[in-house]
Design a protein around this ligand. Sequence first.
Ligand code: FUB
Length: 323
Amino acid sequence: MKEPRYLVDDLYMADPSAHVFNGKIYIYPSHDYDSGQPENDNGDHFDMKDYHVYSLDNIENGKAVDHGKVLEVNDIPWGGRQLWDSDCAEKNGKYYLYFSLKDKTDIFRIGVAVSDKPEGPFIPEKHPIIGSYSIDPCAFEDNGEYYLYFGGIWGGQLQRYRNNRAQEVGVLPADNEPALCAKVAKLSGDMLEFEETPKDVIILDENGEPLKQGDTERRFFEASWIHKYNGKYYFSYSTGDTHLLCYAVGDNPYGPFTYQGVILTPVVGWTTHHSIVEFEGKWYLFHHDCVPSNDITWLRSMKVVELEYDENGKIITIEGTAK
Ligand code: FUB
């Protein structure tokens, strides 16, 4: 499948996190709708209040099957507003949905909700993951251990933290200082807490130096994802205000990762966000854009396209829909 295709046409769905469970693709997206909140740099216009789960038997054609509403903000005991990006992991026949949500004090935390089935419904835990902050969880299993990646600047509030502690005021590093990093922490055996203090996901440039905050076409902004290809760990992410999906490669889940290039050039819409999954011997990039809503930034539609590597394991750049 060389041409991207949209997966749903009756609802707006963004930030698609795709996994293969029981031989099928399951997709965990954010559910966009028009809440009437004004658009600002804080992302208040992304005021989502529930999640749906989708599945696909056949990735090449046909629409994704909607399994309906699986979790609502009103059912989350600690919840305030804005259900942003989520992801799901399976362990011992249980499914753990990790999600971004502001608490009642308007601070983003990462929550967990549990189900016996990949399609939910999911029952939320009574409190967010202790020590969690910011947005965009990505769950990754490697050799029987589970890791959670997370973080996002601007509306995602990562600039409020240094060394995992909240600061009085959220400030980004200066342009010539090392960029703020995504975070990664191993999950506890029960999948409900961090087993360790979150660590920086460091991205190095071609000289082995950490990317700088002013390197806006390469530095991390939000939307962590990780996958393994030919024994290497590919950490991918969005550069946010420069609208690129990029990737960096490392030798283990913690990194450091060395910057490699662009996966997807800008799409119609401000945000870009993705997941990468192998299914029946091919690799796919799930992502979103705002073409169907005529460029309304908070009404995004999820799509899929085949992703290819060259003989050196470099991802071949895909052209986004922005002109
Ligand atoms: O969907 C809300 C936010 O927009 C996500 O959490 C970010 O990654 C961006 O896609």
